[in-house]
Design a protein around this ligand. Structure first.
Ligand code: PAF
Length: 272
């Protein structure tokens, strides 16, 4: 597996591989890899990519002031080993300084899908995500890039960015990977104590119950989360394409949840 730190070197190599006819997959991550990330690599493998490039970069620009940028878990050595074992062919570990040169002043703003949900609660978050993902697309020359459905809003925004800015690649969205308990896998789960992990299960459990019985009201989810001692940030039903709120649960609707378990903000969703 190749390792790149310098964006220019990755870009040169990826362009060469592309000219040679290789099918390139990109798996963008912030590292501290878990089964969810490995499923994205497995998806790229199943789609017969010749090169699977995994980027590992805790992108400072997508964190809001007061968020967990400094304490976000990092373990480059373990990430390297996991990527290698999973069949990635290249890993990219840039630094903030070589991704954002002095006086970096160009950013990408998506102006519709990012207005609600996490976008409303984390101002500037999706501007940071779109900017770094666009940069990764330009560096890795992927034929396709794989994102997880856990970040449902992010995946829809990236698809819109690709469509609206004519990026020449496909976006593949892979299903949420859950722990046996049902908890959606996330690098941030490492912040949770055992007791918090148990309380956090109310999120996946109530979403599962809602999917089984869409006649329930969203307020029943809010109630279950609150009873479990979680602080609800939002529980919303939205149209999967427009991300606009809908009143009735049914086909083409996603229910998205963000809730704090202690200090940890967790997200999850289901598509009905
Ligand atoms: O989903 C993530 O881990 C990040 O938002 C991404 C897509 C790697 C951009 O930094």
């Amino acid at each position: 597996m190749k390792t790149f730190k310098d964006p220019k070197k990755l870009q040169k190599w990826a362009a060469l591989r592309k000219r040679e006819g290789a099918k390139i997959a990109l798996v963008p991550t912030m590292g501290y890899l878990h089964e969810g990330h490995l499923s994205l690599i497995a998806k790229a493998k199943a789609m017969k990519a010749d090169e699977i490039i995994v980027s590992v970069f805790v992108n400072p620009v997508q964190f809001c002031p007061g968020e967990d940028y400094e304490k976000y878990p990092r373990d480059e050595k373990a990430d390297y080993e996991k990527c290698k074992a999973a069949g990635a062919t290249a890993i990219f570990f840039p630094t903030p300084a070589n991704m954002y040169l002095e006086n970096h002043s160009v950013y990408i703003n998506e102006e519709q899908l990012s207005q609600g949900l996490c976008g409303a609660r984390r101002p500037g978050h999706f501007r940071g995500v779109c900017t770094v993902v666009a940069k990764l697309f330009n560096l890795a020359h992927p034929d396709f890039a794989v994102f997880g459905q856990k970040d449902f809003q992010q995946a829809q925004i990236i698809k819109r960015m690709v469509r609206d800015l004519n990026f020449d690649l496909d976006i593949v969205v892979a299903p949420i990977v859950r722990e046996k308990s049902g908890l959606a896998r996330s690098s941030r789960n490492t912040y949770l104590s055992d007791e918090e992990k148990t309380r956090a299960l109310a999120i996946s459990r109530s979403l599962k119950e809602l999917k089984a019985n869409p006649a329930q009201r969203l307020s029943s989810v809010v109630k279950k989360l609150t009873q479990a001692g979680l602080k609800v940030d939002y529980v919303e039903a939205v149209d999967v394409e427009t991300l606009k709120p809908v009143k009735k649960l049914g086909k083409g609707v996603a229910v998205l949840v963000a809730a704090y378990c202690g200090k940890t903000r967790l997200i999850d969703n289901i598509v009905i």
